[in-house]
Design a protein around this ligand. Sequence first.
Ligand SMILES: Cc1cc2nc3c(=O)[nH]c(=O)nc-3n(C[C@H](O)[C@H](O)[C@H](O)COP(=O)(O)OP(=O)(O)OC[C@H]3O[C@@H](n4cnc5c(N)ncnc54)[C@H](O)[C@@H]3O)c2cc1C
Length: 400
Amino acid sequence: MIDFSYTETQLAVRDMARELAQKVVLPNIQEFDREQKMNPEVLPAMASANLLGFCIPEKYGGLGTDYISLGLASEELEYADTAARVILSVHIGLFSLPVLTWANEAQKEKYLIPTAKGEKIATFGLTEPAAGTDAVGIQSTAVPDGDGYILNGEKMWISLADVADYFLVFAWTDLDKKRNRDHRGLSAFIVERGMEGLTTGTIHGKLGVRSGNTGFISFQDVRVPKENLVDQEGAGFKIAMFCLDQGRYTVAAGSCGLIRACRDECVKYSKERETFGVPISDHQLVKQMIANMEAGYEYSTHLWLKAGWLKNQGKRSTRATSLAKWIACREAEASAANAVQVHGAYGFSDEYPVERFYRNSKGASIYEGTREVHTLMQADYVLGHRVDKELERDLPVVEQ
Ligand SMILES: Cc1cc2nc3c(=O)[nH]c(=O)nc-3n(C[C@H](O)[C@H](O)[C@H](O)COP(=O)(O)OP(=O)(O)OC[C@H]3O[C@@H](n4cnc5c(N)ncnc54)[C@H](O)[C@@H]3O)c2cc1C
């Protein structure tokens, strides 16, 4: 049976995220975006509304909602500003859900409960100065030493780097495998702010996501206890790819919020602005741009919903998630470019939000798998060069 309706819980979650975005994110967004600062009210507001515990079972301090709810919340937050959605992507998609799936009970007790309750903020560090797409090209090492590891390296372009308390990071534990680029030598660790030798900083001068924090993490002889290794040595690559399946999903759904924001701003402006004695919404080429936004919104939404539907059933969604992420980000970028166009010169100024949408839309075609990566993945699935096996571990099935 095909059912296009949302459950009452999903609608309640959507409304809660919408209300928070409208009340806390939107009123001062222009100021924070201009100043390139995080609004200090956003994280506490998200924590007190329990938005940081989506999809995490109540026994671990979460809200216990399903994956469609996570998508709907991502859309609502990004409708207001991309940086607000990024918080959900890294905190839940790239940290809490992987910890829920891959960590042991002691690690869940220590790290998942406070993150699900919003008492601690978490993020994910894979990218390095010389390696993003080429994850096996990372240089960080975690050399076994007594009852722990000595972690050295540098992570770059990390969302919330200068804000987070916990970091899920990836490093080589097997240096022979590192030399041979064999990903089975990579391992995943949970590290904490405050560990000696761990420092973070903020990247300035970004094109977009300016009201969000993006930064770097540096590890200089950081002693990480054995208890902080996630799963086992050599499982790092599998865990990183699993993380991306969840983070990408929130990016896809969030991008639909950006497309909708572009569409709504254009509808409003095109009815007010007149040229040649008529509102510009009467001109067919302006209608074309708005129609494309509507089409992009609708089909991108269906793509992430399909991925969410698979996740709810505990089925692997790598292929569907990649397609949703690629297409939604592509449509968001096109919609934002056209939203500036519809606004003419006013779109070129931050008097209207569309220039912020345009700048914010670009990042999503780069992070969580670039546009090129997803294009190649989709081609490879169709060509039979890529086949997804059932995962060793997948998201827990959510009771509806
Ligand atoms: C705002 C923002 C937030 C981010 N947050 C995080 C985070 O929280 N955690 C984290 O770990 N990372 C994060 N990143 C990093 C992001 O994931 C990487 O930037 C991304 O993976 C691309 O890597 P790169 O920048 O090194 O580009 P490169 O990998 O150097 O790629 C450069 C170009 O070459 C293309 N290319 C590379 N390889 C191929 C290939 N085989 N075939 C075809 N084309 C190819 C790419 O598509 C791209 O166009 C963030 C980035 C941004 C901009």
